[in-house]
Design a protein around this ligand. Structure first.
Ligand code: NAD
Ligand code: ZN
Length: 349
């Protein structure tokens, strides 16, 4: 099969013919139809994350190169192992990629996305930038006939992560939610926040074109963070009290400084982005304002099933603006890096 592999960080992905995996036992071989290009693929390709005082290498976290990236995988079942139940050849499926060790209490509780020994597809094992993907267990598939397949791809990461983050953000019944970053995740966040709450949605980005899409997706207010009046404008639409909840899909020093400047008393900050860096925390104002700062990482399988149902009902419409053949996987990553992608780009076969 044809596959795109990261051989080493920052070098072009190698696109070549490799052996097609053969499924056995509970394995399922999925013929890829579409795979989303996530900003996390870029961090993987760059080899790690900025920690503020250094670089956290993905290889120190268990990644082994070469690896086939891609964790937003949609396709049709092409072959099954002999212990597979309830899934047949030809079924249209979305792959749940956030696989764990399967044995720890967290995995047994269903939260495989939070396992301390993750085996996520497209990160710790081969993923979807290929004609076929081997899914280790049929229980990680969601049947998706009846919904747009290219759009459905982004549900397994950008949609699912935004879903988890919004659920955390609405736990304090906010009157308003500030969404920072109107990229693949943020635009999902705007739609999901509108679907799950009555809060006023304010969206911040540094790109007016992306903000325009956020408005089309239902954001009540859009604010460009490059505007010197950005903080004043956010406070003004929050009745001068500040944002009740903030979801930061960038999570870099300039955005977190903004979050801390506009968070309301009793407010809730959910950090999602992996852009990285470090900030000084104003320690006294955290207890005085009784704010909560928490992280969110993808979501569990049941959340994905719930989200697919929401998408099926038409409440969430994933935005796919660009399509690339597998041979152009490098171009897809470059375009995302150069901020040329609105919503999601997908690689298709
Ligand atoms: P994307 O490239 O599609 O979107 C990023 C958006 O942030 C763009 O619209 C960009 O204009 C905006 N932006 C960048 N810097 C900004 C700044 N300083 N101020 C305001 N806006 C700014 O990326 P994506 O696929 O949506 O992913 C976003 C981040 O979330 C990435 O770091 C990704 O790795 C991470 N991520 C986290 C999880 C998780 O579970 N926590 C899951 C998936 C992705
Ligand atoms: Zn992702």
């Amino acid at each position: 099969m044809k596959a795109a592999q990261i051989i080493e960080p920052n070098k072009p992905l190698k696109i070549s013919e490799i052996d097609t995996p053969i499924p056995s036992g509970k394995n399922v071989l999925v013929k890829m139809k579409a795979v989303g290009v996530c900003h996390s693929d870029l961090h993987l390709w760059e080899g790690g994350y900025d920690t503020g005082d250094g670089f956290m290498k993905v290889t120190d976290r268990g990644v082994k190169f070469p690896v086939i990236p891609g964790h937003e995988i949609v396709g049709t079942v092409s072959e099954i192992g002999d212990s597979v139940v309830g899934i047949k050849v030809g079924d249209e499926v979305l792959v749940y990629p956030w696989i764990g060790c399967g044995d720890c209490p967290t995995c047994k509780n269903g939260d495989t996305n939070l396992c301390e020994a993750p085996k996520s597809l497209g990160i710790f094992q081969d993923g979807g930038y290929a004609e076929y993907s081997l899914v280790p267990d049929y229980k990680f598939l969601v049947k998706i006939s009846g919904i747009d397949l290219e759009g459905a791809a982004s549900l397994s990461c950008s949609g699912l992560t935004a879903f988890t983050a919004v659920k955390k953000a609405i736990s304090n019944s906010p009157e308003n939610i500030l969404i920072v970053g109107a990229g693949g995740l943020g635009l999902m966040g705007v739609q999901i926040a509108k679907a799950l709450s009555n809060a006023k949605v304010i969206c911040v980005d540094l790109d007016d074109e992306k903000l325009k899409i956020a408005q089309e997706m239902g954001a009540h207010h859009i604010i460009n963070s490059k505007d010197p009046e950005a903080i004043k404008n956010i406070m003004s639409v929050c009745n001068e009290k500040g944002a009740d909840s903030i979801i930061d899909f960038v999570n870099a020093p300039p955005t977190v400084k903004l979050d801390l400047s506009v968070i309301r008393k009793r407010g809730n900050i959910v950090l999602v982005g992996l852009f990285g860096g470090a900030v000084d925390l104003p320690l006294v104002s955290i207890p005085l304002k009784a704010i909560t700062i928490q992280g969110a990482y993808t979501g569990n399988y049941s959340n994905l099933v719930e989200l697919v149902d929401l998408a099926r009902s038409g409440v969430i419409k994933p935005i796919v603006s660009k399509r690339y053949p597998l041979e152009q996987a490098n171009n897809a990553l470059e375009d995302l890096k150069n901020r040329k992608v609105m919503g999601r780009a997908v690689i298709i076969t």
